[in-house]
Ligand binder design. Structure first.
Ligand code: NAD
Length: 479
């Protein structure tokens, strides 16, 4: 009997309508895993209303007590680590080792945000008047909404919920319809803690109806969205009607620059790791390489050897894998079509370049494409698969100019042992993040924020926390 999950609204699980439920499949085996509800309009409204009712008391709860609630949730996540990791792997397709990292990181992230309880500070400002004090405080926005993608579905719950709750907001989360089971399991764990009803709510459904209904709701103060540029733009237009704040973490097309002065073994390893992690489906993944001519052949040979050694398969059935399948048929077809167009545009596929020959699973072969040029689609659009396009350049300046000539601006990297070149790249690369001599992956105490179409605002650390607050200034005239 297939499980039919229920929404989590105001601390309760209302009955789900099987007629409108969404099937969730395993991308490696295509087996039906579970069904999730589509929240009807009245349940979307009930979730926002529950969050609105719960918010004032939650805001008045001392921050250190709010932190205690967060820690209790983190502890639940740790207790159920193995089960949650298997759920993530089954519905999303990432390898089990990475799913375990995702669960650990989620629990650590919730604890990290809880640590801010005693550190959310205001300011006392100097007044122009005699006998006046000016206080600036940071206050919660009210009801927030978190709309999640499918690539790190479990961690993204924490990335939205933990900063929202520790700053005194309440939240309604909508997971991706591709990978919602982990979120419904998370809601069950939350329900086992004594978090007050309405502080955390979860509704299932597709973006165009349930997601849109949340984004159009006038009582929502902040929409925190992670996903594609197209959806980000649609959400921003919806938010415009009510002038709702948005925090948008969108796509990427991260450049990796490899100079002749690089440690080529380190560079090849880091670039490949940044390409195959989560089967290339990460916003910060190395998506295009600019390598200096003098080392282009040697570097490419190293990359091809590492990509060729990348093992892929069904992560629940096979051991020692580096990659699972892509998330769905649409993702697989998109990657295949991009590689075909890259060939037509003059790219040379030196490894892979095909859908894998396997009976099930949305697998694409690890692929390397050389002879790429700046005008090719594969160098400009997000691939979101295990495909690495390489372009040869003649200087650091050329590489930086090509890297910056992109509608995306999330992450970037530079590989060199030349300190001056590294510093120049850090100065000139117009991205939210630059990694020097290491793989692309952010830390929870950093600030993950994209430029250009990669987003508005950011997440993590102190700056990410403040995205969930607004300021209040008190001018107090006294004796
Ligand atoms: P997506 O935009 O298709 O969907 C994301 C979410 O938006 C889903 O929950 C979906 O149901 C919802 N949605 C769709 N239409 C909506 C609408 N009109 N109104 C409200 N909600 C709507 O993205 P995806 O395919 O799930 O995720 C992959 C994308 O996410 C990639 O582009 C990737 O780069 C990006 N991403 C970015 C970051 C980051 O931190 N910048 C992190 C992870 C993923």
């Amino acid at each position: 009997m297939t499980t039919l999950y229920q929404n989590f609204i105001d601390g309760r699980f209302p009955p789900a309508d099987p007629d409108t439920a969404i099937d969730v499949h395993n991308p490696a085996t295509h087996e039906l895993l579970a069904r999730i509800p589509t929240a009807p309009e009245e349940e979307v409204n009930a979730a926002v209303e529950a969050a609105r009712r719960a918010q004032p008391a939650w805001e008045r709860t001392p921050a250190i007590q709010r932190a205690g609630h967060l820690r209790a949730i983190a502890a639940k996540v740790r207790q159920h680590k193995e089960r949650l990791a298997e759920i993530i792997t089954r519905e999303q397709g990432k390898i089990l080792g990475l799913a375990r990292v995702e669960v650990d990181f989620t629990a650590d992230y919730i604890d990290y945000m809880a640590e801010w309880a005693r550190r959310i500070e205001g300011e006392v400002l100097t007044s122009d008047r005699a006998g006046e004090s000016i206080f600036l405080t940071r206050r919660p926005i009210g009801v927030t909404v978190g709309i999640l993608p499918w690539n790190f579905p479990f961690f993204l719950i924490a990335r939205k919920m933990a900063p929202a709750l520790i700053t005194g907001n309440t939240i309604v989360v909508k997971p991706s319809e591709e990978t919602p089971i982990n979120a419904f399991e998370f809601a069950r764990l939350v329900a086992e803690t004594d978090l007050p009803a309405g502080v955390f709510n979860l509704v299932g459904g597709r973006g165009a109806d349930v997601g849109a209904a949340l984004c159009n709701h006038p009582e929502v103060g902040l929409i925190s969205f992670t996903g594609s540029v197209g959806t980000g733009s649609t959400i921003m237009q919806a938010a415009g009607r009510n002038l709702t704040r948005v925090n948008l973490e969108l796509g990427g097309k991260a450049p990796a620059i490899v100079l002749a002065s690089a440690n080529l073994d380190l560079a090849a390893r880091a670039v490949v790791d940044s390409r195959v992690i989560n089967t290339g489906q990460v916003c910060n993944c190395a998506e295009r390489v600019y390598v200096e001519r003098a080392v282009a052949d040697e570097f490419t040979a190293k990359v091809v050897a590492l990509m060729a050694a990348t093992r892929y398969g069904d992560p629940m059935a096979e051991a020692d894998l580096n990659m699972g399948p892509l998330v769905n048929q649409i993702g697989l077809d998109k990657v295949a079509a991009m590689v075909d167009r890259a060939r037509e545009e003059g790219g040379e596929v030196v490894l892979g370049g095909r859908k894998a020959d396997r009976p099930t699973g949305f697998h694409y072969e690890p692929t390397v494409i050389t002879h790429c040029r700046a005008d090719m689609e594969i160098m400009r659009k997000e691939i979101f698969g295990p495909v690495l396009p390489i372009q040869v350049v003649d200087s650091l300046d050329e590489a930086v100019a090509l890297a910056n000539d992109s509608e995306y601006g999330l992450t970037s990297s530079i590989f060199t042992q030349d300190l001056n070149a590294a510093m120049r790249a850090c100065r000139d690369l117009r991205f939210g993040e630059t990694y020097v001599n290491r793989e692309h992956f952010e830390a929870m105490q950093g600030f993950h924020a994209g430029r250009r179409k990669s987003g508005i605002g950011g997440a993590d650390g102190k700056h990410g926390l403040y995205e969930y607050t607004e300021t209040h200034v008190v001018y107090m005239q006294h004796g």
